[in-house]
Design a protein around this ligand. Structure first.
Ligand SMILES: *[C@@H]1O[C@H](CO)[C@@H](O)[C@H](O)[C@H]1NC(C)=O
Length: 295
């Protein structure tokens, strides 16, 4: 009797976990801005949104790349959707207002803001050198402050549309990672800011969802090249890199379902995050095991 009951409960839980209740029609006609969309996960996000019927504006620094992304978006979507691009450097915080305003002008409003861009840095040991310290200001400006600026300028538009902010985040923003400590720090900071903002929005009964996307190793060209250049072949041989397109699709789905936090790949990201506060040293030990220290 007990066994049967347990089997039923377990079956229900497993079923619940496996059911994909994403409604592909939910994105039709939505107005989306994707940052860092010239390559990697951002580029794939733009394609999925376009394919699912959303109007998409992409931004990044390289105009030629953005033009290509927009051309492909218009192939994937229909002619009733709108597509556009805005070349911008997120290190320029004053320029963020223009990016949001231009997007709203092009699309007639904003439903989904996807914050995805990061500054690309070489991996390296933090020795405390002047060179190291010279990086921190730009890392925080691009990876953290520009996210706050963009979300802030978008807030009135998202309030009108009861829209969503989707924040690309990382395992490195939940458990500090070696050789990318400045990046880790900027991702931790995002967690604090958007965690606080989410609660304020609830207190103010403002129906804007914030989805934090906690990602493990994703096989973008940039990520793989950086790890290779820094001799992390052992890591690459034992950790499976997820495809950028599959990752982007999962982000699109969870964002449209307005979940507060998603994990991809679910294993090992979610178990590591669950365990990190109870068994921090064990987690760090397991985590450290995959890295190689170069001299
Ligand atoms: C920090 O500085 C040292 C010495 O200049 C350098 O070897 C290392 O790569 C730097 N680390 C980062 C993360 O840039």
């Amino acid at each position: 009797m007990i066994k049967k009951l347990l089997a039923v409960v377990f079956g229900l839980l497993l079923g619940y976990w496996l059911i994909d209740d994403f409604n592909p029609d939910s994105l039709k006609g939505k107005r989306v801005l994707v940052t860092g969309a010239s390559t990697g996960i951002g580029e794939q996000l733009a394609y999925h949104y376009a394919r699912l019927g959303a109007s998409v504006v992409v931004t990044a620094r390289r105009e030629d790349k953005l033009k290509e992304v927009v051309a492909k978006c218009s192939e994937l979507g229909s002619s009733s959707q709108k597509y556009g691009y805005i070349p911008a450097d997120m290190a320029d915080l004053e320029g963020t207002e223009h990016v949001i305003q231009e997007t709203v002008n092009k699309l007639g409003g904003l439903d989904i803001l996807v914050l995805n861009h990061i500054i690309l840095l070489d991996l390296g040991v933090w020795t405390g050198s002047h060179h190291n310290l010279s990086l921190i200001d730009k890392v925080m400006r691009v990876n953290y402050q520009s996210y706050i600026y963009l979300a802030s300028h978008a807030l009135p538009h998202l309030e009108k549309s009861t829209g969503s902010v989707i924040v690309l985040h990382s395992m490195a923003g939940k458990l500090g990672q070696p050789f990318v400590s400045a990046y880790s720090g900027s991702k931790f900071a995002l967690d604090g800011f958007f965690g606080g903002l989410r609660q304020e929005l609830k207190l103010r009964q403002c129906d804007i969802s914030i989805t934090i996307c906690v990602l493990g190793l994703i096989g973008t060209d940039n990520a793989i090249n950086q790890l290779k250049d820094y001799g992390q072949n052992f890591l690459l041989s034992i950790v499976k890199a997820e495809s950028p397109s599959a990752t982007a699709l999962e982000i699109v789905k969870q964002g449209s379902k307005r979940v507060r936090q998603m994990y991809y790949p679910y294993i090992p990201v979610y178990p590591l995050i669950l365990l990190r506060d109870w068994f921090p040293e064990t987690c760090e030990y397991v985590n450290r095991f995959v890295y190689t220290l170069n001299s």
